[in-house]
Write a protein that binds this ligand. Sequence first.
Ligand code: PMP
Length: 429
Amino acid sequence: MTSLSPVLKQATPVVVDHGLGSWIYGTDGREYLDFTTGIGVTSTGHCHPKVVEAAREQVGKVIHAQYTTVMHKPLIEFTEKLGEVLPAGLDSLFFANSGSEAVEAAVRLARMATDRPNIVVFQGGFHGRTVAAASLTTAGTKFSAGFSPLMGGVHMSAFPYAYRYGWDEETAVDFALQELDYLLSTRTAPNDTAAVLIEPALGDGGYIPTPARFLEALRERADRHGILLIIDEVQAGVGRTGKYWGHQHSAALPDIQVMAKGIASGFPISAIAASTELMSQAWPGSQGGTYGGNAVSAAAGVATLQVVAEEGLVENSRVRGQQLRAGLLDLQSRYPVIGNVRGLGLMQGIEFTAPDGSPDAATAAAVQGATTDQDLLTLTCGPVGNVVRLIPALVVTEREIGQGLERFDAALAAATASAGSDARGRGRP
Ligand code: PMP
C-alpha cells in the first residue's frame, strides 16, 4: 500500500472533513476550534462564502491563463487591489506561488538592482524551505541541516530577542544594532551587501515582535549604505498583527515587501512589491514561472482583500488580539511554566521555560498535544519548539476567543498535571 512520506511531519492526528470560519470538522465527528489557520493562511476563516464564490466563478471562466503567455483579469484586479493597501511607493508587483518563491524573487531582485552579492538575515528568522530560502532561514537547524551546500552570500546578525537574553527591549535592541554594525565592518562590507531581510515579527522562529526601533534603525542603515530593506510579511501581513502590514507598527518602510499566506485565504499565490524604479533595474524575464499568479488564486485574493475591508478584519484582529493576550497573561499568572507571553494582534506566542531558565520544549509539546484533546488546534514554534503559537482566523469572534482560552487553560492543566510540573518556578525574570 502507498503512503505519505515520513518526511512530512503532522502536528495533530486530525483528518479534515470540512472547515468553516474558525472551525475544522474532523472525519472523527469532532469540531475543532482552529487556532492554526493553516499556519496563518486562512485569514478570512475557512471557506468564507465570498472567497468560495469568487473562486467558483473563476474556475468556470479560466483556471490557468499562464502569465508569461497571456494576461488575465483576476491578476490585473488583484494588482490594483493590493495597490490600494500597500505602502506608498511600492507600486510594482511580481507574483509567484509560495512564500519561499517570493523570498527568492526578492533576493534575486535585490542582487540585480544593487549589483551586490550579500544578504544579511537575523537569527531566528524564517524565510522558507527551498534551498535559497532555507539558506536565509535561521529559525532552527532542522530547516537547513543535511543538504548543504546552501546558497552563499548569506550573513546572520543578532535579533533583539529580549526574553532569551534576559534583558529589557532597549538593551536587546542596542546589542543587536551593535552586532549588525560589527558585521558590516568585519564580514560583509556595505558595498558588498545587497539587502537586509527581516520579518516584522519572527514567525516560525518563536513569535517575537521585531521592536519598532530596530526596524527603524535598519531603515536608517539601509539608507546610509545603499542597502535594500526587504520586509518579509508572509506570516505577519494582511491584518495578522492588528495593522494591515506588520511593519506598520514602526515608521520603517520596506524597499521590497514579500507577501503570501493570508493574501488569498488559502489559495497558493505570493507576491513581492517594490517601486517601479527598483523593479526596472532587473531585466525583463528575470522572474517568472509556470504557475505564478494563478487566475483562481488571484480571484480568491481579490475577494479576500474585499472581505478584509468590508468586515473590518484588521481592527477585529487588533481587538480580539487584545482579548487573547489578556487571557494568556492571566494564564501566565496561574501556570509558572509559562515564561513569556508575547505577540501582536492575532499572532500570539507562549514560551515555556524550565525552572533553571532553559527552554522547556517538552512542556510546550505536551500542551500542544493536549489542546487537540480539548478540540483546540494549535502549533509550536521556536528554534527548539518551546513556544506554542496561537493564530486564529481574522474573523474570530469574542465568544470563540473565550472558548479558545478555556480550552487552552484545560490543556495547560492536563499537560502540567501529567508532567508533574505545575509546581515549578518560573526561571527567568
Ligand atoms: N516567510 C515567512 C515569514 C514564513 O512564515 C513562511 C512560511 N511559514 C515563508 C516565508 C515560506 O512560505 P512558504 O511555506 O509558502 O514557502
